[in-house]
Design a protein around this ligand. Sequence first.
Ligand code: DPP
Ligand code: ZN
Length: 860
Amino acid sequence: PTPIRLADYAPPAWVAEHVDLTFDLAPRGARVRARIRFVKGPGEAAGGPLRLDGQKLRLLSAAVDGTDALPSITVDEEGLTLAPADNAPLPDAFTWEAEVEIDPEANTELEGLYLSNGVYCTQCEAEGFRKITYFPDRPDVMATYAVRIEAPTSIPVLLSNGEPGATGPLPGDRHFAEWTDPWPKPSYLFALVAGELVAHTDAFTTASGRPVALAIHVRPGDEDRCAYAMDALKRSMRWDETEYGREYDLSVFNIVAVDDFNMGAMENKGLNVFNSKYVLASPETATDRDYELIEGIIAHEYFHNWTGNRITCRDWFQLCLKEGLTVFRDQQFSADMRSEAVQRIDQVKMLRARQFREDAGPLAHPVRPEEFIEINNFYTATVYEKGAELIRMLRLIVGAETYRAALDLYFDRHDGQACTIEDWIAVFEDASGRDLTRFRLWYAQAGTPRVTVSEGWVEDAPGQGGRYTLTLRQETPSTPGQPLKKPVPIPVAFGLLGADGRELIEPGVLELDDTERCWSFELPERPVPSLLRGFSAPVILERRSSEAERAFLLAHDRDPFNRWEAARALALEVMMGAASADAFAEALLPAITDASLDPAFRALLLTLPGEDEIARETWSRGRPADPDAIHAAAKAARKALAEALEPELRGLYEAMETPGPYTPEAGDAGRRALRAAALGLLARLPVGAGMAEAQCGAANMSDRLPALAALLASGSPAADAALDAFAADWRHDPLVMDKWRMLQATASRPDTLARVKALSEAPDFPWKTPNRFRSLVAAFAQNPCAFHQADGSGYRFLADWLIRLDPVNPQTAARVAGAFETWRRYDAKRQKLIRAELSRIAATEGLSRDMAEIVSRMLD
Ligand code: DPP
Ligand code: ZN
């Protein structure tokens, strides 16, 4: 297939102004009648033939302006073309009518209209609407919609976008419901849900006093697990009003939880559809982390109502326009709801683990890609997370007030439009008066810049202070298709600390806006610099630093991110055998026992880097990563640290017990996290296994799950019985059983692969449901030791499953295939084994476009 290129963008020849849809729901032969008002588009091709996208549709009838004496229609696999008859042009405006038949039950790809556990549901982003009816399925065609759903009365709840309209009975035990969405929207935001659902309802009044009826629809039995999601929704709605001046714009807001879903959730106008994992929570079934994710994702989808829906993307190359911005907004929200420092550290951990990894491998691409074969492959950490980092930098560069002014201008200027990154940058230029030409490079260049630091100190006279110079240099390694890189503007937040930890000058931001820049400062003493505070830019900072200096920053830096960063750097040295665990323990001790520090922050200090991170670090220092050696070293380091800190860890374990019933509130969650971090280390000692085993009986999942993980890590023979007990308790609950599978898939036991194989071959393993597949197969591929075992059996296991899943669900299969993207890090033998599996996948007959693209990029 030929790639689609940003450079080839052309405005649509025809635009749809209004769409009427009537659905007649049936599992095998659902009928969709569309009546669409088309008018000439803005582009050069305006008024030419009408091309409509359509896939897997059976066209039953079609008419233009009410007559089926049609201009010529040619139907192919990808859509249809309506050409003027006898060279007579199509009228300047006309009404297209078509009836098609589709098969929701056979739809395992989960794009378009499908059935999930008896619930009809749609997913149209990015290009799923074309599987529902013939349409110009591109985001720059924005129309109003009116929808009528007809179904048997056994399907009581019938939902679509916008405002509810008439409902009523139909002959033959059937009924209907109508919906109208007054806000013009692109087709990817269309949604329909129908099923036997129950609603958890609430109400919200907007800042200007308009009432909104809120509902979360779930399957019967799940209604008492919606309270937290509802609370998060109301907080999100209020926050967007106070922080961005954005009010909700319909009288209803519906959320539905479905079990089969490729992504986390979807921001359809007025009808958000969620993976049930990100809605349902109770203390017994969900961990603190689950609650946090629910809060963040509910907010994310809600915030899309303005950043994505009211202002959308002109084309899919601009995906970061809505995703980078909406991720940034949900990050700001979570920082306001919880601890800002802890949130920032978690974000950076994720950014490094997923986006830096992507940026350093064969799948690297710019935040705004310039070509793609399958857009589903570009819902990536780069578009989302690096996209958010770019907005964070913009805000730092122009200041919080100007940022708000720029956003106000964006909403004023572009409401109702489909926009580009150029439009986005222009509002910042207009609001700030700055020229941001160079900043655009951040959107166009892939790869993570490396910033190196050199320093100088010239003393005026002994004991008299002197001149400190700081030189920063940047370089971005080449990435696929981009051998040469230009320097990008990098804001480096910094402070200069004196020997007593005091700031020697007012902290500020250095703008590294060229390949190299140098700054100098007159100071009373030679400082210790604290650079890239708050992780002010998505770069790799390289600065040779001593253990003593890191310990100093861990003790004194007033920037919590850099305190944590110092601990992480020390931990990496220990785990890579370059520093002693005792020295690290000594540096860590004051901070982890400092009761004035947030327990959640202390938990992060105590959580050592994972083996994947050590592999990345090893490779970036020019050595191939050896997963077995890394595992052994990491294990030894954890044990040594546990030995050195045993009394303090036991003290924390006691002190952090949370009295009273479980609440998901951040303070309690932080105490549990610190307790779990202590237990995770103690489990490496004989004493810890018993503690973990005892905690496996905890009533709430936030205590129970880490205890089970610690018990597994301890190597205790009690682990299997505890796993069995867990399964016996939760066999009926698929979301909880995902956790059970994931624990086993990520465990570092010698027989992990055999166990995972057995679980995957169990006849009742519902692998076609993405959450189940991810909990076992994708989780296994994140297990550094088991996946990378030297004989290649881990690679073969994954490839076999990808080949099996691809024809069923190409989007999820291609996503999971990304596990192979790190192949260059490893020794020649492993590289060869991985490449052989990738070639085997590539050679599979009938491979999806999604998988073919991902695999060929990884093999390049
Ligand atoms: N647009 C969705 C989201 O990121 C993903 N399809 O929220
Ligand atoms: Zn999003």
